[in-house]
Design a protein. Structure first.
Length: 394
């Protein structure tokens, strides 16, 4: 995060920077992914180039406030072309002690640390092994620390709405979002519109989240704790229509395009497996393009159905992750023997055996190349970046 100039405006001075990496971390029930997604959407609407890295806990709903349950979202945005979500954050937002302990090692000295002080209770500190409150000693002296009672301030903003304390506390992630939007001069209209649409059936919750969001913005505007705002100018991008998209969604649209251009109906046979399940979810929405999706009872059934569809003249596709690739190996060998076309998608994840389902990793290349019996070579496309995906497309 390199500052270029400081512009004097009414309120806090504005420092222009070329780019910044922000990481928002908290318990998996704190709405970190939603917060990161909304900040990303506002940043895209502003015109910055960006790259994101959602980080889900691998465990199945670990106990609240523990290290295994920490969920994070990292966003790198800039006024120039960028290719990665960044190695380390310039700004860390920690919603509880577990989030702080899990991520503080990545924050460089001098980095900005924003902490939800309400969660730093004796009980929560003991869950992750803190002997003393790091906000009350010198252990964080190397960072620019901003201790903010987010839950208390959010509850104060919602007084008179009739919401319970529990529902009010759930909106603290919107307080954090509002504060970040103030710090980096992000637009707010899109988030307000999104919240009203998301909670259309519960207008009270929609207005509560909007009030908390505005409270976060106003806290940054009125408090003297933050001496400066930051401005990242829009990037110079080629004219056109842009969209916020994930790799799985892009791949699904590419399969539909291949089906339409080849004149072959698209058939997906798949067993739900993270992180590949979104392909099944996305393709099931596009029946109007002649897409058929089959949720199989297991991995072998999924690839068998896809191969059968290919035998019947369709574009047969199956999607999976590392453990499923092992189970599909025999049928892939059968496809080679029968000389039938078959598209196998491996959305890779980390770890051996069943692995860590929410941690992505480029780990299966050798298995994709060689993990079949006998001489059964297959064509493997292994892009390392989104740009390479378009370059290697036939």
């Amino acid at each position: 995060m390199t500052g270029e100039a400081i512009e004097e405006k009414q309120g806090a001075p504005v420092e222009r920077i070329s780019g910044v990496v922000i990481r928002i971390a908290g318990d998996s029930g704190d709405g970190m992914q939603l917060t990161g997604d909304r900040f990303t959407s506002e940043t895209a609407a502003y015109g910055n180039d960006l790259s994101t890295l959602p980080d889900f806990p691998a465990e199945i709903r670990a106990p609240a406030g523990t290290l295994p349950g920490v969920s994070a979202f990292q966003l790198h945005f800039a006024d120039h072309d960028i290719l990665t979500p960044g190695d380390a954050p310039d700004v860390l937002v920690a919603m509880n002690p577990a989030a702080l302990m899990a991520n503080i090692g990545d924050l460089p000295q001098g980095g900005v640390l924003i902490v939800n002080s309400d969660e730093f209770t004796k009980r929560n500190l003991s869950k992750v092994g803190y002997d003393a409150n790091p906000l009350e000693n010198e252990s964080l002296a190397a960072y620019q620390v901003h201790s903010v009672a987010m839950a208390t301030l959010a509850r104060g903003a919602l007084e008179g709405t009739g919401l319970s304390k529990k529902d009010a506390d759930r909106s603290k992630n919107m307080f954090a979002l509002g504060l970040l939007c103030w710090m980096y001069n992000r637009p707010t209209e899109g988030t307000e519109r999104f919240l009203r649409e998301k909670f259309a059936r519960r207008p009270d919750l929609a207005e509560a989240n909007i009030l908390s969001f505005k409270a976060g913005w106003n806290y940054g505007e009125t408090t003297e704790a933050f001496s400066v705002q930051y401005e990242v100018k829009p990037a110079t991008l080629a004219p056109g229509t842009y969209r916020n998209i994930t790799g799985n969604s892009a791949l699904s649209l590419g399969l539909i395009a291949a089906s339409r251009r080849s004149g072959l109906p698209l058939f997906l046979g798949a067993y739900p497996i993270t992180p590949a399940s979104d392909i099944l979810h996305e393709l099931s929405k596009h029946k109007r393009f002649g897409v058929r999706t089959f949720q199989a009872e297991d991995e072998i059934s999924g690839v068998g159905a896809a191969l059968g569809a290919s035998f019947g003249g369709a574009l047969g596709v199956t999607s999976t992750s590392g453990p499923g690739m092992a189970l599909k190996a025999e049928t892939i060998g059968l496809a080679v023997s029968l000389e039938l076309p078959l598209v196998v998608i491996d959305v890779q994840r980390a770890g051996p055996s069943t692995g860590m389902p929410t941690k992505t990793e480029q780990a299966d290349l050798l298995m994709a190349l060689y993990a079949r019996s006998g001489e059964s070579p297959v064509a493997v496309l292994a892009p390392g970046t989104p740009w390479e995906s378009s370059e290697i497309a036939p």
